[in-house]
Write a protein that binds this ligand. Sequence first.
Ligand SMILES: [Zn+2]
Length: 693
Amino acid sequence: MSRSPRSLRLLTRLLVVPVLAGGALVPAVDAAAQPALTTLTGTVLQVHGAPPPPGSHEPEDVRAAVQVGDRVLELDGVDAESLPSGAPVQVRGRVEGASLDVGVTGGTLRQLGAAPVKATATGVRSLLAINVSWPGGTLHETPALEDAFLFGPDDRSVQSWYADVSAGRLSWTGAETPQLSVTDPGTCDLYALSDRAQAAAVAAGYDPSAYSAIIINAPALHCPSAGYGEVGGRRTWVQDGLWDLSSGYGRLVATHEIAHALGLFHSHGLECGSLTDSAECEAASATTSNEEYGNAWDAMGNNWPGDVSDAVAEFSAPQLLALGWLPSDAVRDVTASGQYALAPLEQSDATGARVLVLSSGARRYYVEYRQPIGQDAFMAGFPASVSGVHIAVRDTGSTDTAAFALDTTPHANQPGDYTDFYDAPLQPGSTFTDPAGDVSITALGSGRVQVQVGGSAPDLVVDAVTTSPTTVLAGSAVHLSATLRNAGTAALPAGQSLRVAFLLAGSPVAWYDGVPGPLAPGASTTVTATAGPGGGTWTPTAAGTYGLKAVADDDGRVTESDESDNALRVRVSVVAPLPDLSVSAVSWTPSVPQPGSTVRFTATVRNTGDAATVAGAPLHVQFLVNGSPVGAYAGPTPSIAPGGSATLSATGTWSVPKAGDFRVKATVNDDRAVREVSTDDDTLRVTLTVPRG
Ligand SMILES: [Zn+2]
């Protein structure tokens, strides 16, 4: 069967028209002695070939069939890759054996709906191996070899592989027929072979329909590939391929084909020549830039590194996602820039993310970290595959559910040369940016990545540092705040946590750790430290000037457009605590003096400072009337506590000369004997009125 996808795609489109217009739905006989055309309504099955063995550059082989009830016919004359597996179709063509040729005059194909296959694969599934032979064609298989190969306890068996990779979610049981004699189709006619094999199995007492899937093992398929599988169907084919546990490629083919039956497509590679990715390359991913089996680290890819190690690589993350084999907490949809840590994809008991999913329009980028664990143990021999992270891209609009591996060290467009993808993973220190500039991924090593999403980025700067209280006293705790501004072009996302550290001589004394956003470009917010060695406050021990540095995002959680402008240095003056004296009231006796009275003044002295006055130390209060001294207090005082006051009376007196108003001025600490915060408030002026007799 020859294929020419591009011209057939055109043919398919043209052929749809008569059906839509005429609606001829029944078998019809064409004129001029043509055999009858048959119209069938059924479901598309894509039939995918196995990847070629190492060193072989055989092209990909993707076929299509239509299932009508229990009957399946291979479709000739169609663009198989354009027909989504699982979609309902109406086809009209000529039946030839186990095929329906749509490419004949009057042939039509009409897709009736979109129904991409959804892979489902949990629980116990059953597999019947139907072994057939014919004169001149026999198999290596014995029931014991085949049972060990498919279902045995050996780590290399197909069942062991699935149990391992699915973390126990899927297991295979089943049976094998003896070698059943059938007629050799002689050509690549998978459905003729399938029909004969199933008929022989039924005759031998087996019920193929009772199994989840069948695998037809024949001496030869006469096809380009060593195995085939229906995507989302139940038929698979291998070529004398179920006996040699020591052959990595042999195990790959069987493992790969029954994965098609689970609904999986191939794990592709995006071949963009000297580029990792480009918009043009992605647009052509269905055709010229598709390396059909390009993911070298996936049983649905070419598995060449596994083949040469007699190993079968595990599924990459997109396939595990399609199968539902990753718990939700292992999948992280990344919507905020920042640093993320990945656990190894193979580590099924890991907590935290094992795959990051980043979106750019309809495209999804999948980031995974692989380690030589379980079936991937062979990857230890390929250091680049385990030192970096693997990135694949998928267009969610595509009916092909598989993703395209990205080669982050592209060399050249070498069709069929999968070794170009051995070095596909992104190595530590390297960055991948998607063609739209929406997604940027930098590998940091050990499964850690720095991710930037949204195309532009926030940029955090500190505009000011403030203390509370404003005056910083030696020995007293002070709260530290920073005015944080987003100087970038993208918002700091809601939910993005970050730290702002306050450092003295390089050591943090306190820090803020919280979610300050969202913070739009240009917006500011003030954050206050709540944690640190002093419980979130800073207590300077001595007076002096301190260099304090505030650093936004000091532990690098936020991906910023500029990481170099995050710090602000300020000088903080720390003062020793002092009393602060003031006169809050002046009184006198007698309270209503007459001309000739002898008056004694008293001042109420308050301490509004932060330190007590020293008990017994000299404290002077001077009283003036109309500018002339009229006595003073000069005795030793008790200590006046902060907030406290003392009532101090003059030792001298004033003799009232006459009636009238007198200006009374009381000044505490007029001799500056007490060191205090401020002498500005040391004086109180009042008026004393002597009434006329
Ligand atoms: Zn395949």
